[in-house]
Ligand binder design. Structure first.
Ligand code: AOS
Ligand code: ZN
Ligand code: ZN
Length: 424
């Protein structure tokens, strides 16, 4: 289904008065409002192709109907999101789930929806039916050079697909590790992984980046070979200037201070990008900001501070992506919620009075420093985010319009009630 421009215009018209009332506080009171709105308009969050279908767990999967059955339909879904919020202007593909049969046609289709291709993702955590060697005991770390070779070649093939689509980054997430003490020689696993990554790195085009995503646990539960930001930073540093650490919010041990990790990685020029989600326990992949919104704000506070300190462009210099997967919600509704939560945290971080914060820190005025952050976090920035959407051509309330137009019902009508998206 295609969203018509009059749908957005009618929706915005019907809510214009209420919106203006809420916005008037900002336009009259806060000098920062205009630059924040502009920054929000520029800030785009990539949607992963695997979040468009209902996610499963190892205990089951409950598809919701109307899920995209092909890469073309995945692009159409992200196009719908972007038409509604004007903040989801990129899609991230996973190979081999999303191999395009005609890269040029796919690129044109994406362009029609105003989308570009974000980082491409390799998959050496599953065995594919036609694959010679198994990844049961790892991929880039494997004891058998033939398995490592297969995994290296796969990553290089992913780069080729990415080049054909105009992407400029490769995300490598490895499930490599071990499940039992004694299973793995940690030093050998590290060296083999590094050597394999070096070969992949050598195949990167000049303008490309490699993101090394770490994860503390799962599917291996005793050790993960890229298990934390320290090991990711080690790999990325040894690999060279095109390699960076990627932070997925769900990949830490409980209560890790993610904002501090982010601050140090940015300071070292080694933070490459983000996978946003939220969690109560582990890699729950829940809606961003749904469990720990203050943490999300504190992370954005460090991001804004660190990017400004290095003169980085907020919108372009780091990779921003959602990595989520649900069993119980409409995936498109969930993604609209996630994008909005990310925008809210970003807008609140932009509000922080950084001069006053530094003064308070230098004077060891702990209470004042805390108040400055909490003041920004407790400010209702929803009218600013809505205004950014409106000015960019999106809907004041994307979720409400999604429901009003019965988008899911129409997708079920087009695709059927029993569709299952390729991927996870
Ligand atoms: C896995 O836990 C990671 O978050 C990866 O980013 C992974 O590639 C993605 O979730 C798709 O499986
Ligand atoms: Zn991830
Ligand atoms: Zn994950």
């Amino acid at each position: 289904m295609q969203l018509e421009t009059h749908h957005i215009a009618d929706h915005n018209q019907s809510r214009a008065e209420a919106h203006q009332r809420k916005l008037s506080y900002w336009t009259n009171e806060v000098a920062k409002a205009e630059p924040i709105i502009q920054k929000l308009i520029d800030f785009q969050i990539a949607i992963p192709s695997w979040a468009l279908g209902t996610g499963g767990t190892r205990f089951g999967r409950f598809p919701g109907g109307g899920e995209p059955r092909s890469l073309e339909e995945k692009i159409a879904d992200v196009g719908l999101l972007h038409a509604l919020n004007q903040a989801s202007g990129a899609i991230s593909l996973h190979i081999p789930w999303d191999i395009p049969s005609d890269a040029q046609a796919i690129q044109q289709l994406a362009a029609q929806h105003g989308l570009r291709f974000d980082a491409v993702n390799s998959n050496t955590f599953q065995d594919q039916p036609d694959q010679a060697a198994s990844y049961k005991f790892g991929s880039l770390q494997h004891t058998d050079p033939a398995v490592r070779r297969q995994a290296i070649e796969h990553n290089i093939e992913v780069i080729r697909h990415g080049v054909a689509l105009g992407s400029d980054a490769l995300t490598v997430w490895l499930s490599d590790g071990s499940c039992f003490p004694g299973q793995l020689n940690f030093r050998k696993a590290f060296d083999r992984t590094l050597e394999s990554l070096e070969e992949i790195y050598a195949a990167l085009p000049d303008n490309w980046k490699m993101f090394v995503e770490y994860k503390a646990f799962e599917p291996n539960f005793y050790s993960m070979t890229v298990g934390d930001w320290g090991s990711s930073l080690l790999y990325a540093s040894k690999l060279g200037p095109k390699a960076f650490t990627l932070v997925d919010l769900g990949h830490h041990l409980p209560n890790a201070n993610i904002e501090q990790i982010v601050a140090i990685l940015l300071h070292e020029g080694k933070l490459g990008g983000f996978h946003f989600n939220d969690s109560k326990y582990g890699d729950d992949d829940l809606t961003a900001g749904s469990i720990k919104p203050y943490q999300l704000f504190l992370i954005f506070n460090e991001l804004v501070d660190g990017m400004d300190a290095r003169g980085l462009d907020h919108a372009r210099d780091l990779g921003w992506m959602i990595d989520a997967s649900h069993n119980v919600k409409d995936p498109l509704e969930d993604l609209l919620q996630s994008v909005e939560a990310i925008q809210l945290a970003y807008a609140q971080a932009l509000l922080v009075d950084r001069v006053a914060l530094e003064e308070a820190r230098e004077a060891n005025d702990v209470v004042r420093a805390q108040e400055l952050l909490q003041d920004a976090f407790r400010t209702d920035v929803r009218p600013l985010v809505a205004e950014a959407r409106r000015r960019a051509g999106g809907a004041l309330q994307p979720l409400a319009l999604f429901r009003q137009l019965n988008v899911r019902g129409q997708l079920i009508g087009e695709r059927g009630a029993k569709t299952v998206a390729t991927g996870l």
